[in-house]
Design a protein around this ligand. Structure first.
Ligand code: MG
Length: 455
């Protein structure tokens, strides 16, 4: 299967199948032309195919006259921030984010460090498909330079924000376990925590080119971190995905609080000091509605995907936003999901509360989300979703992204992934049994409908 996923998340594929050097070079040259031959900042996560992707992309970029600044292995938020704070015309992260080893991808950023939106992505695709690439003559080929201080710059920007009481955090000498999945966060989060006076217990913090666990920071993938937190009596554990935009937290008892609650912690902290809108996507927990209600602020929900959330945040002037996958977006620092920001927010929350995280979590509204995915192979997701719409049309529903069926005691949602040929199914209930019942219903319906969509 030679599948290449093209979306607002960039281009993404299995290396050697959909994602080959020719495709990477073409897209990079198109992106360099889109940026009118300006300076481009690049960086990559730690996966073994990163070097190949980098070489192929650099060839494309310099061939259209772009000078390139290479940050080396760097977290996606580090790259985004570097683009925003510099005079660069754009940026590319070579990372397939939470996808497993065999995948890689290009995430494109505009000069403001934000993902390309739909219109911008469309323009890029047009340049590529219509051969509007501006190849330059031999003596105008761009240059590549390395820049090694981007992580330090990133950490400084985060720690300088007045929301954080850095001396108070330092005074607590927190003991924190970190599982960076051998990814780009190995270079970021341990250094950040050291700056905050924390004792850091490392797990999967060595870059080997391979991911030592399933890379998505879901509860079932971070049980080793939980054990380490218990064994080492840590205050909390932090788990990342390979490009460190997502953060998932384990409490002092070694129990994952669920990646939905990373944003819940961030939102409550920010809204305690200032009042303003909260933005998240339609798949994120109802706990955010409760937090917005308690704070007396409006909540807005966008489609799933960082740029959709960010555009909505800009539109309504949000103080805090993000996604339930552990992606915290704090515009006070920058408009991108950032595990470093989320980490400091978790520590600041502990400082303010003066009690263990497991007790702090009891003060949050309690919901349980179950997540499933179903491979749709070569079926078009729109065909399946059309059938699902017909099936559930009598019920209360939301069509912001795929189909979300809303019931008094919970909801379930079925949507096409932006990054994989799968249908993502989320369900939320007041407890595990409630969430499981809803997800079983949704999965059963999809399985019944898939053969019809094939016809
Ligand atoms: Mg990611």
């Amino acid at each position: 299967m030679k599948r290449l996923m093209i979306s607002v998340s960039g281009i993404r594929g299995v290396v050697g199948e959909g994602l080959t050097p020719d495709v990477i070079t073409e897209y990079s040259a198109a992106f360099g032309s889109y940026c009118e031959g300006g300076k481009i900042i690049v960086g990559r996560d730690s996966r073994s195919t990163g070097a190949m992707v980098r070489y192929a992309a650099l060839a494309g970029l310099v061939s259209v006259g772009c000078d390139v600044v290479d940050l080396g292995i760097a977290a996606t938020p580090t790259i985004q921030l570097a683009v925003e704070k510099s005079d660069a015309a754009g940026g590319i992260a070579f990372t397939a984010s939470h996808n497993p080893d065999e995948w890689n991808a290009l995430k494109f950023f505009s000069a403001d460090g934000l993902f390309l939106d739909e219109a911008q992505s469309m323009r890029l695709k047009e340049i590529k498909d219509d051969w509007l690439v501006n190849w330059v003559p031999w003596d105008e080929i761009g240059h590549v330079t390395d820049y090694k201080d981007a992580v330090d710059d990133h950490i400084k920007v985060v720690l300088d924000h007045p929301l954080f009481d850095i001396p108070a955090i330092r005074k607590r000498n927190f003991k924190v376990a970190v599982d960076a999945v051998g990814g780009a966060g190995c270079n970021l989060i341990p250094s950040l925590l050291a700056e905050l006076g924390c004792e850091v217990v490392k797990l999967n913090c060595e870059i080997t080119g391979r991911f030592p666990r399933s890379p998505e920071p879901l509860a079932e993938n971070i049980t080793d971190l939980g054990e380490l937190v218990r064994k080492e009596h840590c205050d909390l554990g932090l788990a990342l995905d390979p490009d460190a935009d997502r953060l998932s937290i384990v409490d002092d008892q070694g129990n994952p609080i669920g990646e939905e609650y990373t944003l819940a912690i961030a939102a409550r902290l920010v809204l305690a000091s200032e009042k303003g809108p909260l933005v998240t996507n339609v798949s994120t927990t109802r706990a955010l509605d409760d937090i917005a209600l308690q704070a007396g602020v409006p909540i807005y929900r966008s489609k799933v995907g960082e740029i959709y959330v960010v555009r909505k945040m800009q539109e309504v002037g949000a103080l805090i936003g993000g996604e339930g996958n552990g992606g915290v977006i704090f515009p006070g620092i920058h408009l991108g999901r950032d595990s470093a920001v989320g980490s400091v927010m978790a520590l600041q929350t502990l400082v303010k509360a003066g009690k263990p995280l497991s007790e702090v979590m009891q003060t949050f509204p309690k919901y349980v989300i179950s997540k499933q995915k179903i491979s749709i192979m070569d079926l078009h997701p729109d065909d399946i979703l059309a059938k699902l719409h017909a099936h559930y049309k009598e019920e209360e529903h939301d069509e912001t992204d795929g189909l979300k069926v809303i019931r008094p005691d919970g909801w379930f949602q079925m949507r096409a992934s932006n990054t994989e040929p799968i249908l993502r199914i989320f369900a939320e209930g007041k407890d595990q049994a409630g969430a499981d019942a809803l997800i079983q219903e949704a999965v059963k319906t999809v399985e019944e409908i898939m053969p019809q969509a094939e016809e």
